[in-house]
Design a protein around this ligand. Structure first.
Ligand code: SF4
Length: 457
């Protein structure tokens, strides 16, 4: 499908002598993070300095059952849901990745993407390193283990590793007696700290904390290293250039609406995007509707601001996932029809405002506009709650290459004609920057303006 694809989600839990069933808490947390990756998932727990783990291809509910969780007994552990942006989609690349090192075993899980992975892999291979798979996470793990073996403290080993890697990363590591978490110096990918009784949790999004019943403590700040052990939580701040760049697409599309990221609620940000869109691109119409589900909040915001009533004009099948088989190129259109259906009763004879969060290649949008018109819409006015996506993402989001991005080739008027809409309006970059209220960090908008924060590192 013509979509921006999610990336990964991570979680780490350290039991502060509450005697919780850590594997079950990790499972619940991963369940809440499922929207961040549906290809594979895994849990690794530390039991008396040995790692017990299970990982496989598929959804959390398919990969784990009662028996498997019962075998994963430990004091602390980590979990991961994966969408592959670096390395093949296969069981070998499923995370957590586990290694033996001089003090025992350790497991790592990573959300993000290294910009310098190829260069770093080549350098390591020249030094005789061999690799189990082709994901960038293995590179991070091996550099960390190298510095630990050279007798550096954990925080120093992380700091040295961070100096060698460029890109986006929120990482959790389970090692003997410690749960370690760290976030890249720009804070591109999110990570939050929670607490449930005496037990600490690190997670990609606050929705995982809510599911477990934990309270939010705070977000991990860019460049921060967190180490949790029996003495509690310890924080170490590495040097950054002060330029934070949290991925704005977290607010536009990726994150769950109930999550708070770096101080801002995701649902509120999407609603605000819709309100701003109505101010920037007003239109006379009878009904506001959304491409479900991620554009719903923005459509409600548009409706609120414009006074045009909101209605459900499209339904989305819950059963067309990534594994849907598209037998031939000619049947691509059918895939969109299977995924989205227009609700004729709501839209017939009306002027429709159709709100979506982004346009990538434009093919799906064209088919959805067509479906609304076939169902009797008099006019379809397309409104997009983010600016035109013109540049690829190098930080772990599978958007498409520049050549495939319609906005990198066509003007707004040309895109409007291509998708068959009666008008088309995108949120401005200025408007986008205002949508997460009270956010603590600067925002990455590189896929809209080509300004990549790591270019200056
Ligand atoms: S380039 Fe776009 S998708 Fe990638 S991190 Fe930046 S804002 Fe997010």
């Amino acid at each position: 499908m013509d979509e921006v694809k999610d990336k990964c989600g991570v979680i780490g839990i350290y039991d502060g002598k509450d005697n919780f069933d850590i594997a079950r808490l990790l499972y619940m947390g991963l369940f809440s993070l499922q929207h961040r990756g549906q290809e594979s998932c895994g849990i690794a727990v530390n039991a008396n300095n040995e790692i017990l783990s299970h990982r496989d291809m598929g959804l959390v509910s398919k990969v784990f059952d009662d028996n498997i969780l019962s075998m994963l007994k430990g004091r602390h552990g980590i979990g991961h849901v994966r969408y592959s942006t670096c390395g093949a989609s296969c069981k070998d690349n499923a995370q957590p990745i586990i290694v033996n090192y001089k003090d025992g075993m350790m497991a790592i899980a990573h959300n993000g993407n290294l910009v310098n992975a190829n260069e770093l892999r080549a350098k390591m291979a020249d030094n005789g390193e061999v690799f189990l798979a082709d994901s960038d996470t293995e590179l991070i793990l091996k550099r960390f283990v190298y510095y630990i073996a050279a007798d550096h403290s954990i925080e120093k080993a992380v700091e040295h590793t961070m100096k060698e890697i460029t890109g986006s990363y929120s990482i959790v590591i389970s090692m003997p007696g410690k749960l370690v978490g760290f976030r890249d110096p720009h804070g591109i990918r999110p990570m939050i700290i929670g607490k449930y009784k005496n037990t600490y949790i690190l997670a990609s999004e606050s929705c995982a904390l809510d599911t477990i019943g934990a309270e939010i403590i705070r977000d991990v700040v860019p460049g921060e290293i967190i180490i949790i052990d029996d003495d509690g939580l310890h924080s170490y701040q590495t040097k950054t250039n002060g330029c934070s760049a949290l991925c704005v697409f977290e607010f536009v599309y990726f994150a769950r609406p109930d999550s708070y990221i770096d101080g801002a609620n995701v649902y509120a940000a999407r609603h605000r995007a819709g309100r701003q869109l109505a101010i920037e691109h007003p239109v006379q119409a009878d009904l506001v509707t959304a491409v479900p589900d991620s554009a719903l909040a923005a459509a409600l915001g548009f409706s609120y601001q414009s006074g045009i009533p909101f209605g459900h004009g499209l339904m989305r099948s819950r059963y067309v996932g990534r594994t849907f088989i598209q037998p031939t190129q000619e049947m691509r259109d059918s895939a969109v029809k299977l995924k989205f259906a227009a609700i004729r009763h709501e839209i017939e004879g009306k002027r429709i405002v159709l709100v979506d969060d982004s346009i990538v290649r434009g093919t799906t949008t064209r088919l959805i506009v067509q479906a609304l018109k076939n169902a009797g819409a008099k006019e379809v006015h397309m409104r997009i709650s983010s600016p035109p996506v013109k540049y690829p993402c190098v930080y772990g989001i599978d958007i498409a290459t520049s050549k495939q991005l319609i906005a990198s080739k066509l003007s707004v008027e040309e895109i409007q004609r291509m998708i068959g809409a009666d008008s088309l309006g995108y949120l401005s970059i200025e408007g986008l920057n205002q949508i997460p209220e009270n956010v603590n960090l600067g925002l990455c908008t590189a896929c809209f303006n080509g300004k990549y924060c790591t270019d200056e590192d």
